[in-house]
Design a protein around this ligand. Sequence first.
Ligand code: FES
Length: 107
Amino acid sequence: MIPVCRLEDLPAGESRRVETTPPIAVFHTEHGELYAVDDTCTHQDASLSEGWLEGCLVECPLHAASFDLRTGEPACLPARRPVRTHRVTVEDGVIHVHLTAEEGTAA
Ligand code: FES
């Protein structure tokens, strides 16, 4: 479980990159939902935390593939593979990310 920041320090509509290995992008949507996904786009090497957030979709800043933050699935090309999603909780006002194990590794 990785502490990210206080909830009030990540306003709705904004995102934050967490320097884990691999890095994680945390999003606070305009509707008040929190999501976390692997930060690196599955198309090429771009940071999704620098992308555009619209509803539950984030658009990659490099070639405009978008990903559904609920599932990690790409909603359009050029990305074809999903990004890994992670569970997010808020405890005592602090956002935490619960990392999903990489495929083939123990949780
Ligand atoms: S690097 Fe994200 S769409 Fe190309």
